[in-house]
Design a binder for this molecule. Structure first.
Ligand code: ZN
Length: 691
């Protein structure tokens, strides 16, 4: 075999061979696939006359699919097992890949080909999935500048390539800044208030670094407990400052890994990209592929929620202020005090802490329970696949079979925080579903979380928040895996409008609040006892604690992101902070200190795909809450409703508009009331329900 044939990234095996993939395989595999793609595209561009699905769309789908099968393990490893060599290889490849995509989507002959399919006599005979795939392609060609003149096209191309570099740079800066700061503590008195799991984690980190005592990092499993529980205000301040100034011109690492210029250039180029295509701003460009119809609709939606949530947030804050004045003799609350005293107030009102619940949620029990829920609702059987080839010993592979015993797909589960792994939780596509004749390629997903790793040799235990995150990402995985669409461009989450894509994930979160589920997912680490009803009652009551403040924070992020991409400010150093200040003036109830640079690590919008789309979380929460209200009406574990959701939404992928799918499931258009009720903003409705 030649070197290229031995390249594991080109393997046609069902699953990637992670143990064989090396950074040096990256570039040759990509070069090989790109040259193959170039040849195919040349042949397709030269063929004359009217095109149909098999002559154009199919070969291009296959091409795209081959490329993403090779690229997805690379970009995944870049996210979860980043080494200097892999990062270098990734960054060498990225511009080549972006260039290929831009060249492909700016190819006029291919565009004409797709247009001829869309307008051709055969179009009506294509399946719904094929039609949607063609329509999306025509739209995407236009959004990629295919109709621009040669000079503008060149400019568009270099803007797109630069934007992809910048977003990668942004993410790297955040990762480096997060890992570049550590707090070493040797005096145990400074740990006062911290839960034992956090202390053990910090001790493990210290050991790893060859140090005595405890080491705290800015990663969530360290940072969140410190800001929530540490009695030492100086420690909280120190970590708050370090965290909220990451990758910026402020704080302990001011100027290191600074994203200021990166952000500025990203905003300028996004605006240019949008205006080249004839949009007034990047927000309009973003909405061209979303469920929301125009920028006014988004602003009205968000401002309407602000109007409903702000008075609730204000009363939340007043309650907190009164409490600290009365019980802690504190007159002034700083930003780094709010999570700490909020947790104290929560304990005071509900006698419950996140940490208290941890021993009841050992990971194996939670997973087993989650799989039983999936069985009740959708008839699925989920099992661990022994001996799978994975990238880290902490990772497992699971298979999903349906009620007929048919393999629907698989997913990798990578649960714990560790060095060189990007923070947060997400679901990613490893293999997409497609059909070739009788042969079906079943989908494979990556489910990634950053939970507190097992410490002191005990199995990992989750907080209820972490349980909820797991249900959420699992919901995304179901959407990706359970699709029955045969064309990968509109299978699973592909082709689903961004602001509707959180529907299945947010929907699944609801089940971890059901008493029946709690009985399935909880089992005390030592006693084996399920979560006692009284404790669960208190957790349930605490669920909507500070609901107003929580929603206002989401609205602040969403409006900041949207207005940042909508309002044009003259380019100057402080423009990002200026828009942030305006949004906060209109929305916020808590005003952070002037050194706070949260935008500099806001990876969703600068490093990920949420630009002018962060509102999607709230938008699809409207959908998910309203969808869950149907389960409530019919019985939350009612298989018939589960199967209705499976068939109307999960199996459909991106073949039809999100609104149509929602109406098919719910029987009507979405209403905002369920969100207001579940999130505790409409307190009247909750009182009625509790009564
Ligand atoms: Zn999500």
């Amino acid at each position: 075999m030649t070197a290229i044939e031995k390249n594991p990234l080109l393997s046609t095996g069902r699953l990637p061979a992670f143990s064989e993939i090396r950074p040096e395989h990256t570039e040759p595999a990509l070069d090989y696939l790109l040259s193959e793609a170039r040849t195919t595209v040349e042949v397709l561009s030269e063929s004359k006359g009217e095109h149909h699905w098999d002559s154009l769309a199919k070969p291009l789908e296959d091409l795209d699919e081959r490329l993403s099968r090779a690229w997805s393990p690379i970009s995944h490893l870049h996210a979860v097992a980043d080494t200097t060599q892999l990062r270098e290889a990734y960054n060498t490849c990225l511009p080549k890949l972006s260039e290929h995509i831009v060249e492909l989507t700016q190819n006029e002959r291919l565009f004409e080909g797709y247009t001829s399919i869309a307008n051709g006599a055969q179009f009506g005979t294509l399946s719904q999935a094929q039609q949607k795939s063609v329509q999306n392609a025509v739209r995407d060609f236009k959004l990629a500048g295919v109709e621009l003149d040669a000079a503008r096209k060149r400019r568009f191309k270099s803007v797109a390539a630069r934007l992809s570099e910048l977003s990668s740079k942004f993410t790297e800066n955040v990762l480096d800044a997060t890992q570049g700061w550590k707090k070493h503590i040797t005096n145990p008195e400074e740990l006062s208030g911290l839960p034992s799991s956090t202390r053990e984690l910090a001790r493990d980190i210290a050991k790893r670094e060859g140090l005595d005592g405890w080491v705290f990092t800015l990663e969530a499993p360290c940072y969140v407990p410190v800001i929530t529980y540490a009695d030492d205000a100086a420690l909280r301040y120190e970590m708050y400052e370090a965290s909220t100034t990451r990758s910026s011109d402020q704080g302990p690492d001011a100027g290191h890994w600074d994203n200021s210029d990166v952000i500025d250039e990203i905003l300028t180029l996004r605006h240019e990209k949008a205006t080249l295509l004839g949009f007034n701003n990047f927000a309009e460009f973003s909405l061209a592929t979303k469920m929301a119809r125009n920028t006014d609709e988004v602003l009205t939606f968000l401002n309407n929620l602000v109007r409903r949530a702000k008075p609730v947030a204000e009363s939340d804050l007043d309650e907190l202020k009164q409490y600290v004045a009365e019980f802690h003799a504190v007159e002034h609350l700083d930003a780094w005090d709010i999570p700490y005293y909020s947790e104290k107030l929560r304990e005071h009102c509900y006698q419950i802490t996140q940490e208290e619940l941890r021993p009841y949620f050992p990971i194996d029990r939670v997973l087993d329970g989650l799989f039983v829920v999936a069985n009740h609702l959708f008839g699925l059987t989920i099992k661990r696949v022994p001996g799978a080839d994975v990238w880290n010993p902490q990772v497992d592979l699971y298979s999903i079979h349906d009620a007929d015993g048919e393999l629907r797909g698989e997913f990798y589960l990578d649960l714990y925080a560790r060095p060189h792994k990007r923070g947060g939780a997400w679901m990613g596509e490893c293999v997409a579903r497609k059909r070739d004749g009788d042969e079906v390629q079943t989908p494979v997903a990556f489910v990634v979380c950053n939970f507190t790793p097992p410490v002191g040799g005990k199995p990992a235990q989750l907080t209820h928040d972490e349980v909820s995150t797991l249900f959420h990402e699992f919901g995304h995985a179901l959407h990706h895996i359970l699709t029955l669409v045969d064309y990968s461009s509109v299978a699973g989450i592909n082709g689903v409008a961004w602001d509707a894509v959180e529907l299945p994930s947010q929907l699944m979160e609801n089940w971890c609040w059901e008493p029946q589920t709690i009985a399935l997912i909880s089992s005390h680490q030592e006693t084996g006892e399920t979560l006692p009803a009284a404790l669960f009652e208190r957790a349930l009551k605490a669920r909507n604690f500070q609901a107003g403040m929580k929603m206002i924070r989401q609205l602040e992020f969403a409006l900041f992101d949207f207005r940042l991409h909508l309002e044009e400010l003259p380019r100057h150093d402080g423009r990002v902070q200026e828009i942030l200040a305006r949004v906060r003036r209109d929305v916020a109830v808590v005003h952070p200190p002037s050194f706070n640079r949260f935008a500099h690590s806001f990876s969703h919008i600068f490093g990920g795909g949420y630009a002018a789309g962060y509102y999607s979380y709230l938008w699809s929460e409207v959908l998910s809450c309203d969808a869950f209200s149907l389960f409530e009406e019919t019985g939350v574990f009612e298989r018939k409703t589960g199967l209705n959701f499976l068939r109307s939404v999960l199996e459909q992928g991106g073949t039809r508009d999100a609104m149509d799918l929602f109406i098919e499931f719910r029987g009507r258009e979405p209403s905002i009331e369920a969100l207001l009720r579940y999130s505790g903003i409409n307190r009247e409705a909750n009182r009625e329900r509790d009564a």
